[in-house]
Design a protein around this ligand. Structure first.
Ligand code: MN3
Length: 199
């Protein structure tokens, strides 16, 4: 059994004008497609074959760097597509909203801290909202690392993540990462994030 590139749950142009169709198509087909193919090539014919992506990430410090980079890329993009939706909700609700208030003070303070994590990640990487038990923390990781990896500085279950590699925004926003991150907040699928928070 091998890892498969999932279809997006919406059309490539569904997140316009916040994220443009061309970026979405290249990002999904070429970038995510390459991570998926390279992950399959890296595990094929080894003891890693047949393991779930979560199993691989949990022991990533002992695995080849190709699995770390491409396994992370495979997992991270699956999450990224799913936690976005056209016209996403303006803010979280229910238990997730309460947990955000408890951890950060308010939604506004959460948004500021998450944005700061995304903007201060030097070079390529991700910013995350991470579930640790019933609590939430924000972190960021370089390259395609994520909080499920045993070598991550901040470990836990990622329930929201923003890709800050230039390939995620350069066509529309060029060097303006702050504009992309602000736009990202307009397409967050808070229902999906809440589902992941529930576990
Ligand atoms: Mn990407």
């Amino acid at each position: 059994m091998s890892f498969e590139l999932t279809k997006l749950p919406y059309a490539y142009d569904a997140l316009e004008p916040y994220i443009d169709a061309q970026t979405m198509e290249i990002h999904h087909q070429k970038h995510h497609g390459a991570y998926t193919n390279n992950l399959n090539a890296a595990v094929q014919g080894t003891a890693m074959e047949g393991k779930t992506i979560e199993q691989l990430l949990a022991g990533i410090s002992a695995l080849p760097v190709a699995v770390r980079n491409n396994g992370g890329g495979f997992y991270n993009h699956n999450l990224y597509w799913e936690i976005m939706a056209p016209g996403g909700a303006p803010a979280p609700e229910g238990d997730l909203a309460k947990a955000i208030d408890a951890a950060f003070g308010s939604y506004k303070e959460f948004k500021d801290a998450f944005t700061k994590a995304a903007l201060t990640r030097f070079g390529s990487g991700w910013a995350w909202l991470v579930k640790q038990g019933d609590s939430l923390v924000i972190s960021s990781t370089p390259n395609q690392d994520n909080p499920l990896m045993d070598l991550a500085e901040v470990k836990g279950t990622p329930i929201l993540g923003v890709d800050v590699w230039e390939h995620a925004y350069y066509l529309k926003y060029q060097n303006r990462r702050p504009d992309y991150v602000e736009a990202f907040f307009s397409v967050i699928n808070w229902d999906e994030v809440a589902k992941r928070f529930k576990g």
